[in-house]
Design a protein around this ligand. Structure first.
Ligand code: AMP
Ligand code: MG
Length: 535
């Protein structure tokens, strides 16, 4: 029996404002080209031969009010690989540019993403549906517009995991196989192989990036730049008054705030985006474009998962807030023609620095159980980060272990006990020597002293800390194991991970295996410790 609270596909309500209000590329032929004075190009997804559904996000189904039984319908399966469109959908690829690794790259655009339209839910929320890997667009340049299962599974799983972690992110509704093979030279070393083709249906309130504004500014198309900003403020920042004087600066400040908030969350959970180019920066401060991202295992602030970034390490863990600032500066330059005064833009960028620092301090304090930061706590954090980097310490596991330790002098001085509590976070036990242990103990004593003012019991402190410190994250090697199995047609691990990562802060006693530190075999394995942009 049909659940009357949920919707069939035909009942979805679309409002494709982006294409209704913004200038379209007049050329309809799907061939690669430079697109001028337009925000998007109409393009049809490429049809595929034998699609199948691999996984869905039940939370996203609920959000869209969709009936879960739809997963059994052929129409649903065909729709989310791009074989059919619903009435009300109108497929298009966005035009944007961007700075890649610090250099202006000109036009980039949705080279393999095709927007289907915006769904308006019963709660009046806007969700753009976008297929990634559904064939070439005018922005595909020399590439094929396709995606492989390996990278699609990583995007699907990680974006949903980030959502459950409370990190602002784009979402994913479906992961499908196309039934076709795609050639990829994974390490750009002359060894191309056939991989399984896949499509993810991504979902976000908007997929607009810094680069959408940059391309219009680079073309000196101020009229359309103004239209795009006005559209964005009205559609995606409805709480701002678009007619107010100084609204563009107010809006830019808000972009700075949400971007800072996003990066603080990344630092909290140990996420490294890996390709923070300006075309990969969402105007809503959402984590977007899951490519060669990675999760910190041992706390190494210099780590970058992206092999293309191995030399300059521009996108290393510790540098993410700086890169976000650099990207915001590029956005400021792009909107400058509408402001005509550098001073207020510089002030807002300074605000970003101060705001980020303050939010980061508070976040680090919360990871240790404190309600807010203080000079004392800042010092404690500084010492802790040195300690974490001194020997190979799993960041995620360390904070959970720290929440478990009893803060009394006897416990702190009991080396055997310290080993029991922390050894799951130590990669190389031989590093835990007579030099290291006293440092840890002296830090714990200071920590104990700081927490005394809190007047919290150990269990209260633990409960508080465990809301900020996840137990389960999408460890690089776990994603790779799920990929290896999926490539053999076994999706059990993908589904199990999807399930475990729904409750990343909860103890899940029968799922401890997913909270284990990286095994030694994964230390240097491709896909586990290093990733290429090939996807
Ligand atoms: P990324 O590094 O994934 O952010 O991609 C940078 C640019 O390359 C974007 O414009 C993408 O749309 C485009 N791109 C990446 N992979 C492909 C592909 N396989 N086919 C077409 N365009 C792609
Ligand atoms: Mg991208």
């Amino acid at each position: 029996m049909k659940n009357t609270l949920t919707l069939s596909l035909q009942e979805l309500v679309f409002d494709n404002r982006f294409i209704d209000r913004l200038p379209a590329d007049p050329i309809l032929k799907n061939s690669c080209r430079q697109v001028k004075n337009a925000c998007f190009s109409f393009v049809e997804p490429t049809k595929v031969s034998n699609p199948s559904l691999v996984a869905v996000s039940t939370e996203m189904f609920e959000e869209l009010n969709l009936d879960k039984e739809l997963i059994h319908d052929d129409e649903f399966i065909q729709l989310f690989v791009g074989n059919t469109l619903l009435p009300g959908m109108n497929a298009y690829a966005m035009c944007y540019g961007g700075h890649q690794f610090g250099n202006w790259a000109g036009q980039l655009g949705d080279g393999r993403a095709i927007n289907l339209g915006d769904v308006i839910t019963r709660n009046n929320k806007r969700w753009s549906l976008q297929l990634k890997g559904a064939g070439p667009t005018p922005y595909s340049r020399t590439a094929d517009g396709l995606a492989v299962l390996r990278s699609s599974l990583r995007e699907f799983l990680c974006s949903e995991a980030m959502y459950h972690l409370g990190v602002p992110t784009t979402r994913a509704l479906t992961l499908s196989l196309t039934g076709e093979k795609v050639v990829r030279d994974m390490f750009y070393d002359g060894n191309p192989e056939y991989e399984l083709g896949a499509v993810v249906c991504r979902v976000a309130p908007s997929f607009i990036r810094f680069g959408n504004f940059q391309i219009l500014s680079a073309q000196n198309d101020i009229e359309n730049l103004t239209r795009l900003i006005d559209y964005t403020i009205e559609t995606d920042f409805p709480h701002l008054d678009s007619s107010e004087e100084g609204i563009y600066l107010k809006w830019f400040k808000e972009v700075c705030t949400t971007t800072a908030d996003m990066v603080v969350h990344w630092m909290r959970v140990g996420f490294v985006h890996g390709v923070m180019n300006t075309d990969n920066m969402s105007i809503l401060g959402l984590t977007i474009d899951y490519g060669p991202y990675g999760w910190l295992e041992n706390y190494d602030p210099d780590w970058t998962p992206n092999t293309t970034d191995a030399n300059g390490r521009r996108y290393r863990f510790e540098n993410q807030s700086q890169v976000a600032l650099w990207n915001l500066l590029q956005l400021a330059e792009a909107i400058y023609p509408l402001i005509n005064d550098t001073r207020p833009l510089e002030e807002i960028l300074k605000y970003y620095r101060d705001y980020y620092q303050q939010q980061w301090n508070n976040m680090m304090a919360a990871k240790l159980g404190f309600e807010q930061s203080s000079e004392l706590v800042e010092k404690l954090v500084e010492q802790l980060l040195k300690l974490l980097a001194e020997i190979e310490t799993d960041m995620t596991l360390f904070y959970r272990a720290l929440s478990e330790i009893e803060l009394d002098d006897n416990a702190i001085m009991d080396e055997g006990l310290l080993h029991t509590v922390f050894e799951k976070a130590w990669y190389l036990p031989e590093q835990v020597n007579e030099k290291y242990l006293p440092q840890l103990q002296s830090w714990l004593v200071k920590y104990k002293e700081c927490t005394e003012a809190l007047d919290l019991t150990d269990s209260e402190r633990k409960n508080r800390m465990n809301q900020f410190n996840p137990k389960y994250v999408l460890r690089n090697y776990l994603a790779q194991q799920a990929i290896d199995k999926a490539n053999e047609d076994d999706y059990s691990m993908l589904h199990e991970l999807l399930d475990v990562l729904r409750k990343p802060y909860d103890e899940q006693p029968d799922k401890e295996v997913f909270a284990a530190k990286r095994p030694e075999w994964a230390r240097h394995r491709a896909g586990c410790s290093m990733l290429s942009c090939s996807s």
